[in-house]
Ligand binder design. Structure first.
Ligand code: DGL
Length: 256
């Protein structure tokens, strides 16, 4: 029973690590469409078409029990189209965690930090309308954080001034209220959360939906009680470099 976890890059590993805990006997295949990274800049129709056609081959090769689209940018554009194109396949999407944020905020000021693509989507606007609960929801599109997370996780330096500038628009003070929740609506961002915490103008709750996504997938996956299968990672542009392979090893994955 294979669980396929998909992202544009290494961000989906933040979901994979939670999924492995709640599904310890399943076999995982991690797929990174690094040839298309970053997804945040793509035009909607072109990205949707690309993802649908990638899954043609992926589903045939891996025949997964469940597919986790561990990418907000891909889910908000393509999850409905994927379900329509492959009706026999179970897909779990990752979409901005606006509902839990609206339930948890005390000030009523929430920010959603995402890629520019996720911020533009009708899907995201619909989530705010349906689940925003009357809160003031500020959408903040970050052009650079996903790439910074890619660099950081491969052992590179992260420019703190850039991180501070990217998160600054999330922080709003209005009358006596201040933003108290920032939703991390890109799966790359939890890798930088300690840096973002350090650079935040005041403390907030940073919501990472990874555990909830993993539990949702576990609820839909077939029961599995033992395994001897190895876990693999596939990069669409070909076998990854040594630093990426090292990172994947840390997540229990062998690149093929
Ligand atoms: N990890 C992706 C997400 O959750 C986006 C990164 C990108 O390709 O720009 O939105």
């Amino acid at each position: 029973m294979t669980i396929l976890v998909f992202d544009s890059g290494i961000g989906g590993l933040t979901v994979l690590r939670e999924a492995r805990v709640v599904m310890p006997f399943h076999r995982f295949v991690y797929v990174a469409d690094d040839a298309g990274f970053p997804y945040g800049d793509w035009a909607e129709e072109a990205l949707r078409t690309r993802i649908i056609s990638l899954f043609d081959g992926l589903l045939q090769t891996w025949q997964p029990d469940v597919v986790i689209i561990a990418c907000n940018t891909a889910s908000t554009i393509a999850i409905a189209a994927l379900r329509a194109a492959y009706p026999g396949q179970t897909f779990v999407g990752t979409v901005p965690a606006i509902k839990p944020a609206a339930e948890r905020t005390r000030s009523g000021l929430i920010s959603v930090l995402a890629t520019p693509g996720t911020v533009r989507r009708d899907y995201t606007q619909d989530l705010i309308r349906s689940y925003g609960g009357g809160c003031a929801v500020k959408l903040v599109g970050s052009a650079n954080l996903a790439a910074l997370a890619e660099t950081y996780m491969r052992g590179g330096m992260v420019d703190e001034a850039t991180v501070a500038a990217e998160i600054a628009p999330c922080f709003i003070a209005r009358d006596s209220a201040r933003t108290d929740i920032v939703v991390m609506a890109c799966t790359h961002f939890p890798f930088l959360v300690n840096r973002m915490r350090k650079l935040a103008p005041w403390p907030v709750d940073w919501i990472d939906p990874a555990e909830a996504i993993a539990r949702r997938a576990a609820g839909l996956a077939h029961e599995q009680t033992a395994t001897d299968a190895a876990h693999h990672a596939v990069f669409i542009s070909g076998p990854p470099d040594a630093l990426t392979k090292r990172l994947l090893t840390g997540f229990g994955l062998t690149a093929i």
